[in-house]
Design a protein around this ligand. Structure first.
Ligand code: HEC
Ligand code: HEC
Length: 366
């Protein structure tokens, strides 16, 4: 907790100060003193949006001569309803383009119309995440998520039936060459299915946004309104302390993730509250603390929060800025920022600049 609090504070300070490195400060040229106004005139107003910004970096992956084969297999599997217990759902059913790769239902609904416990999150840039998946970070790898999603209630196959399901998939004629290209032979196994799904998910990238163009120097990429919104996001609103660029989630930038209690869903009897991270760590300071979701493509992924309780982006932003529900563990970083309606509207406009140009392509199924 201490480490992440410090990190957040350092980031918040970095945002306010324009993220200067020590080595950039002062120095032999002495510009700081050289440009200081002679009288007590106020220093020029610095707009955080005009400072140095980070665009999404490329994803570095270890060499794997069969990667393209694994991605092609995983791509097909991700879209294939035959992977679920009753043929009712593919992975894609709860992570569709139409919903920004998140879910349309506030709480996801699994096979047999069984209501799950949380909202489907978006899947962008998960290859960058550092060992923390799901809203509570309980899965350490994408392979583990693929197993959990497939065996658990999302696809409801059952952990003990994964090998049998993989064998059934492997018997489908069109899948044989896909397994061969991915793994060197046609044998289908649960582990191979999980590896292929994970490899495909690493290709779900969102890096082509107006924000990224702006960060790389195309100053026309954001409207004035969006630049004002970015000022609020980085400055007065302190959003970037947690939704840190370029991933727009500090949880994706720190080993093991970072979790905050944002008060969502805490206004009910304590026994019914989703304690989230505390279930993983058994640490009281993690009570009802969730991973910070990335805000890439967020304007396209309503509804919001782990329980889908915010129907619109404006509701979600207003909640984060001014209204986080008080509770015994609320993060101090969510103290009200008193943003005006106009400032909230500008932030929403800025968040629209995080729309991804990329989308998931529907493959031809084997
Ligand atoms: C019935 C809807 C549903 C289906 C089908 C489904 N998911 Fe999900 N997915 C969810 C929900 C809900 C969560 C969040 C669960 C949680 O955090 O406890 C989630 C979380 C995830 C995450 C974690 C994202 C993050 O930010 O850490 C990944 C990755 C993922 N799913 C991939 C898959 C894959 C792969 C499949 C197919 C094997 C799949 N999902 C099938 C609903 C679904
Ligand atoms: C203390 C860290 C923190 C700060 C500061 C913060 N957020 Fe969040 N944000 C979170 C967490 C944690 C969640 C997930 C909460 C949940 O679902 O229970 C979240 C969720 C969101 C969501 C919903 C995303 C989704 O996919 O469901 C939006 C939108 C959002 N925040 C915007 C903002 C804006 C705008 C600001 C600044 C005014 C801000 N946040 C400040 C931690 C933070």
């Amino acid at each position: 907790m201490t480490r992440m609090t410090l990190l957040s504070l350092a980031l918040a300070a970095c945002v306010a100060g324009g993220c200067k490195k020590k080595s950039d400060e002062g120095g032999a040229t002495g510009t700081a003193t050289g440009t200081a106004p002679a009288t007590g005139a106020p220093p020029p107003v610095q707009r955080p949006s005009q400072g140095q910004l980070q665009a999404m970096p490329p994803l570095a992956l270890p060499d794997d001569a069969n990667r393209a084969g694994k991605v092609a297999l995983g791509h097909a599997l991700f879209f294939d309803k035959r992977l679920s217990v009753d043929g009712s759902r593919a992975c894609y059913s709860c992570h569709m383009n139409e919903n920004g790769t998140g879910g349309a239902d506030p709480i996801a609904i699994g096979p047999g119309d069984k209501k799950l416990t949380r909202h489907s999150p978006v899947l962008w840039n998960l290859g960058h995440a550092k060992g923390a998946f799901y809203w509570d970070g309980r899965a350490p790898t994408l392979e583990a998520v693929a197993k959990g999603a497939w065996g658990g209630p999302n696809m409801a196959v059952g952990d003990d039936k994964l090998e049998a399901k993989a064998a059934t998939i492997g018997k489908i004629k069109g899948y044989k060459p896909l397994f061969k290209a991915a793994f060197g032979d046609e044998a289908a196994s649960a582990e191979r299915v999980q590896q292929a799904l994970a490899e495909y998910m690493r290709t779900i990238v969102c890096a082509e946004t107006a924000y990224d163009k702006f960060a790389k120097g195309d100053k026309a990429a954001l409207t004035e309104e969006q630049q004002r919104g970015l000022d609020v996001f980085l400055g007065k609103g302190q959003c970037s302390a947690c939704h840190t660029p370029p991933h727009f989630s500090i949880s994706m930038q720190v080993d093991g993730g970072v979790y905050f209690n944002a008060g969502v869903g805490t206004d009910k009897p304590e026994a019914e509250v989703d304690i989230a991270r505390m279930k993983v760590t058994n640490n009281a300071t993690d009570w009802a603390a969730f991973k910070v979701p990335s805000l890439r493509h967020v304007a396209r992924s309503a509804p919001y929060f782990h329980d889908g309780s915010a129907a619109t982006l404006t509701d979600a932003v207003a909640y984060m800025a001014n209204g986080a529900k008080a509770n015994k563990n609320l993060s101090a970083l969510l103290a009200p920022k008193n943003l005006t309606e106009a400032e909230i509207a500008d932030v929403v406009k800025f968040l629209e600049s995080l729309d991804c140009a990329e989308k998931l392509e529907e493959p031809k199924l084997p």
